[in-house]
Design a protein around this ligand. Structure first.
Ligand code: NDP
Length: 261
């Protein structure tokens, strides 16, 4: 067995490649930046090619580590397969997959539209299955890999008007455990990060709603909204050698929200 790294080398991602879905903005953008700062070659992803390329160029300029961009719809199985085939031809199977792309739809349950339900399940849950299944083949062949899926405190705490979103995020917790069951024997870990409330485009309406924004501050023991950079440490840990024996877990990064009533 090779000697295990110690100290800061535990968290060194130099020589690893990482695909972060939905990293052209928001949480994914910060996660891609954080992985690049830890030394990884990152692949920025989204549906808008120009936006993804812009983010990749910014990461390259700020870290000196070349970042790449790729575009496909995470809800489309054929597009996921084609995107990963293209990526593998350029860089090989990613060492690290971050299932981050996601959407929100809000409506009281009695009026919840069929299409919104289907969009939520496809984007927040089916995508994680499609991407994980696709990279698993190459990771198994290599005998190593890291899969990290982005859940939510809503996997544990319900709120009015977002029952379908909460259902997709609850399912991420169990998908993660199932991936662990199948992939741990191949040297692969699958974990999830469940963020609390973070100001991004997805939550802009909530940030702008002073009453709701105050509720978030009051309900979060840390007394504030999350900053997207608060998520980087957890991801670098779960993507690195430091977490080799951590598998099937969901790590809540929420300023204490789910720990305290
Ligand atoms: P944003 O809306 O800011 O970003 C979403 C990203 O996902 C964009 O890069 C978008 O790319 C991409 N995306 C969306 N749909 C698709 C699709 N069908 N195919 C490919 N890419 C897609 O969201 P956040 O950064 O806030 O959220 C990121 C993740 O974090 C989500 O899973 C969300 O549920 C989760 N989360 C967020 C919280 C928050 O407070 N913000 C709290 C808890 C969890 P493009 O624009 O090019 O389509």
């Amino acid at each position: 067995m090779p000697e295990a790294p110690t100290g800061p080398a535990l968290f060194d991602l130099a020589g690893r490649t990482a695909l972060v879905t939905g990293s052209s903005q928001g949480i994914g953008r910060a996660l891609a930046q954080g992985l690049a700062e830890a030394g990884a070659t990152v692949v920025v992803h989204g549906r808008d090619a120009a936006k993804a390329q812009r983010a990749a160029d910014e990461i390259t300029a700020s870290t000196g580590v070349a970042a790449h961009a790729i575009t496909f719809d995470v809800t489309d199985a054929a597009a996921v397969d084609a995107g990963l085939t293209e990526l593998e031809a350029r860089l090989g199977t990613p060492d690290i997959l971050v299932n981050n792309a996601g959407i929100q739809r809000r409506s009281p349950i009695a009026e919840f539209a069929d299409q919104d339900w289907h969009d939520l399940v496809a984007t927040n849950l089916t995508s994680a299955f499609l991407l994980s299944r696709r990279v698993a083949k190459g990771m198994i062949a290599r005998g190593s890999g890291r899969i990290v899926s982005i859940g939510s405190v809503q996997s544990q705490l319900a709120r009015p008007s977002i029952a379908p979103y909460s259902a997709t995020k609850g399912a991420i917790v169990m998908l993660t455990k199932g991936l662990c069951a199948d992939l741990a024997p191949h040297g692969i870990t699958a974990n999830a990060i469940a963020p609390g409330y973070f100001a991004t485009e997805l939550t802009q309406a909530l940030v702008d709603d002073e009453q709701f924004s105050g509720w978030v501050r009051g309900r979060t023991p840390a007394g504030r909204w999350g900053d997207v950079r608060d998520l980087v440490g957890a991801l670098v840990f779960l993507a690195s050698d430091a977490s080799a024996f951590v598998n099937g877990q969901t790590l809540y990064v929420d300023g204490g929200m789910t720990a305290v009533v």
